[in-house]
Design a protein around this ligand. Structure first.
Ligand code: ZN
Ligand code: ZN
Length: 622
């Protein structure tokens, strides 16, 4: 199935991985029930008790076998995807992305989709019913990608076998010499892999050509430097060593030919002006949005919601700036252009930040404070037996400074969830200063809320209480990121930071970034927005530095829809909460709502919403 690569988290431009990585399923915590004993009467919890007796177990047993079977076939067809989520039984195989392979995959999706019809959601447990919805969405999406989207014909950057090699090399699931046997066997298929790429590619975009050239340089480094260095340190069977040496040389030469071909094609298309446009246009965009996000909004509706959100944030930021101005700038009059005043205030406040060698310690210090706030205010259940461990990012994942929650694959039962923080060691003074201004005194707190508590770590911990491999592997990115963005606002609304205006101002800037990502993505992909207009918009209306704005522009030219996932999930979760408040009146309890919402795992928000409304016996409002 679709290879959901570990995409860098938007809110951490430099992070190694974010929660879009598959999440772990803990075998240990299956039955660990968290108590909510301090509430005398928990109305929502009582109402939400599933009518267990009515559920038929028969279909559930059959469905469980169906899911196992579906996953086994998935790993067989896509061994690298397996490696990413911790299934290593096919680690020696590399799928060659040719027409034959595509036909096999398509047939598999169609067959499974047909087989899904035997199940009736009403006969399944709520966890299985959401799994059913997720599988159906995933299969339809995959078929659409093959039949309609066809990026294998125009995106040369999607051909890159390096990632799985890196995972096999760096994950100690068996001794290194045995992993090198798997690597050697994979290497033999690399030339065929690139041949398939050349056969598939019809008319690429210039933007994806550039990206592919750049990323293939990293792949070459994997075959010429990274793997050879690792081999250098071990005592190997001479025959294996020879196989590896040949395999690496052949693979490196295949990558080089690919880069040569890309560069020639780039030159040719630049001259002829016949490259495919990177803009996918309204029709494809709406469909891709539907398949990737699974929102109850259309992309156009979401775009309009984002426009309104931007206006509201601007009004709020101008109000706070007017309030704070005299205490920071004394008699100096505010600029007439209120957005300029906001920018000046943000720049001024950004000077308050930790020293570069205190960055990691400060994160360590903050986590228990944020945790205590969440517990004391009864916002969500926590689980002291599954603590978050703050650690320095392991060397091989470093590269850039940043912070991210480490989410091991669902097949790697692990006791700890790690909050990886990279020290700023590799930065020049200037780079470190710029980074620290960005993650200043206030934003660093919002970052910790997003990544850790009650953001990604807490969501993961809850979703692990009812383990579902399906939800872990095909988890909905909009729900996962949306939750973390929702958590930021929810904490501030609950009084975290004592409603300090500076914190709200900084938070608004941070939130404006996800709002603007949505506006940018739609404007660029659908409304033909040009580069200069995009940069002006990001710098003037979202207070971004030029380098950040340029990076964002570039991202909007090589990806589509993904930039909207944070805001979509956030908007839907927030709207659903407000809807339930209205429906339930006095019976609404925030903690119960959060616990229940997260108990469904990383399912699309509309699926969670309709399940919850059905269990509550409430009708939908919208
Ligand atoms: Zn400074
Ligand atoms: Zn995130």
């Amino acid at each position: 199935m679709k290879l959901k690569l570990i995409t860098a988290c938007l809110l951490l431009v430099l992070s190694v991985s974010c929660s879009e990585a598959p999440q772990p399923i803990s075998e240990a915590s299956d039955s660990a029930e968290l108590s909510s004993s301090s509430d005398a009467i928990d109305v929502l919890a009582v109402m939400l008790e599933p009518p267990a007796a009515e559920k038929k177990s028969n279909q559930n047993d059959v469905f469980d076998r169906f899911k196992d079977n579906l996953l086994n076939k998935t790993w067989e067809l896509n061994p690298s995807f397996g490696v990413y989520v911790g299934v290593y039984q096919h680690d020696h195989k590399l799928a060659v992305p040719n027409g034959e392979q595509r036909a096999l995959q398509r047939e598999f999706y169609v067959t499974e989709l047909q087989a899904l019809k035997q199940f009736d959601a009403n006969q399944l447990t709520s966890s299985n019913a959401t799994d059913l919805a997720i599988i159906e969405g995933e299969l339809r999406s995959q078929i659409w990608y093959i039949d309609v989207f066809r990026s294998y014909e125009w995106n040369p950057a999607q051909y890159n076998p390096a990632g799985a090699f890196g995972v096999i090399l760096n994950t100690e699931y068996k001794p290194l010499p045995e992993r090198l046997v798997a690597i050697s066997s994979r290497l033999k298929l690399v030339p065929a892999y690139y041949q398939a790429a050349l056969d598939n590619l019809k008319l690429p975009t210039l933007e994806h050509l550039s990206l592919a050239i750049q990323q293939s340089g990293g792949t070459l480094n994997m075959f010429e430097v990274v793997i050879p260095e690792k081999i250098g340190g071990v005592d190997l069977d001479p025959q294996l060593l020879e196989e590896l040496t040949t395999g690496l040389a052949d693979s490196a030469s295949a990558v080089k030919s690919y880069i040569d071909w890309l560069e020639a094609r780039q030159l040719e298309l630049r001259q002829s002006g016949e490259a495919r446009s990177f803009r996918i246009g309204a029709e494809l965009y709406e469909k891709k949005f539907k398949h990737d996000i699974e929102s109850s909004y259309t992309a156009e509706e979401l775009y309009n919601i984002a426009l309104a959100a931007k206006e509201n944030l601007h009004i709020e930021m101008m109000r706070i700036t007017e309030e704070l101005w005299p205490s920071y700038f004394n008699e100096r009059p505010m600029p007439d252009n209120r957005l300029h005043a906001v920018k000046e205030m943000i720049d001024h406040l950004s000077q308050k930040h930790v020293k570069r060698d205190e960055f990691v310690d400060e994160i360590r210090r903050q986590i228990p404070i944020i945790q205590a706030f969440m517990d004391d205010n009864e916002l969500l259940d926590s689980d002291p037996t599954r603590p978050l461990v703050v650690r320095l990012t392991p060397e091989y994942q470093r590269g850039f400074a940043g912070a991210s929650v480490n989410a091991p694959g669902p097949y790697d039962a692990t006791a700890n969830t790690y909050y990886n923080v990279s020290p700023l060691d590799s930065y020049t003074d200037e780079q470190a200063e710029s980074y620290l201004r960005e993650y200043n005194h206030w934003i660093l707190q919002v970052l910790n809320i997003h990544e850790a508590i009650p953001g990604h770590y807490t969501q993961l911990m809850h979703s692990n209480k009812s383990p579902s491999k399906i939800k872990s592997i095909f988890g909905n990115g909009a729900m996962i990121e949306g939750w973390a963005v929702y958590a930021e606002r929810m904490m501030l609304e609950s009084g975290y930071g004592d409603n300090e205006p500076e914190l709200w101002l900084m938070y608004s800037k941070w939130n404006l970034r996800v709002v603007m990502n949505t506006i940018l993505d739609y404007s660029v992909q659908v409304l033909d927005m040009q580069e200069q207009a995009a940069l002006d918009m990001l710098m003037n209306e979202a207070f971004q530095e030029r380098t950040e704005a340029e990076g964002k522009w570039r991202r909007a030219t090589v990806s589509q829809v993904q930039l909207t996932s944070y805001f979509t999930g956030y908007s839907e979760i927030y709207a659903f909460r407000e809807e339930l408040k209205l429906k339930m009146g006095d019976r609404f309890d925030l903690r119960t709502f959060h616990n229940k919402f997260l108990s469904y795992g990383s399912a699309p928000v509309p699926v969670i919403r309709s399940s919850m409304l059905a269990e509550l016996g409430l009708d939908a409002l919208r």
